[in-house]
Design a protein around this ligand. Structure first.
Ligand SMILES: [Zn+2]
Length: 182
């Protein structure tokens, strides 16, 4: 099956988190997939993000030139490390410093509208303490997401995908144990 950037892949609620979530099953080396490792996927991401990313922005996103792809990946990894540590309750000033370095680097070399530039600005906005408690890790797929609901009650990156997968798994387990009446 050919890969495509479906709405589910923009469950992060912020561009910086959607970029971080371009790595599938990050902590499962046997099954982990970096969607940006395929140049075609990376090139198609800005158009899809322009349509599907939940974060408001002016104008379409532009692809990064090949010589800045490594910088985008460094920025992505710094975003994931910092916000994952923070969402997990173990924030680190060193990870924040590394993220700020990568943000500064992207802002130096890129221009407004470029994917790396806008990802850096998105990460900068996420550092704001005003959204404390809204940054979460999906318990099914471990993607990062920004809970934009009023009462901060969102449990999954995407209820239709991860929420249902967990429900189906629990249902199957109950059935196997013979405890399922329905
Ligand atoms: Zn998920």
């Amino acid at each position: 099956m050919t890969f495509s950037w479906t709405p589910h892949r923009f469950s992060g609620g912020a561009l910086a988190l959607d970029v971080a979530n371009s790595v599938i099953l990050r902590f499962d080396p046997a099954r982990s997939i970096d969607r940006f490792a395929d140049p075609g996927n990376l090139a198609a991401f800005p158009d899809a993000a322009t349509r599907l990313c939940a974060e408001d922005r002016d104008g379409p996103l532009k692809a990064v030139p090949a010589d800045r792809a490594d910088g985008l990946i460094r920025l992505r990894e710094a975003i994931d490390r910092h916000f994952r540590a923070e969402a997990g309750g173990t924030p680190s000033s060193l990870l924040l410093a590394d993220l700020l370095d990568q943000i500064a680097q992207a802002l130096r070399v890129a221009e407004a509208g470029d994917l790396d530039f806008e990802t850096a600005l998105s990460a900068l906005r996420l550092i704001s303490p005003s959204r404390a408690g809204a940054l979460k890790i999906c318990p099914n797929c471990e993607w990062l997401f920004l809970d934009r609901s009023k009462n901060k009650s969102r449990a999954w990156c995407d209820m239709a995908v991860c929420g249902n997968r967990v429900k189906a798994r629990l249902h199957y387990q109950r059935k196997k144990q013979g405890k399922d009446a329905s």
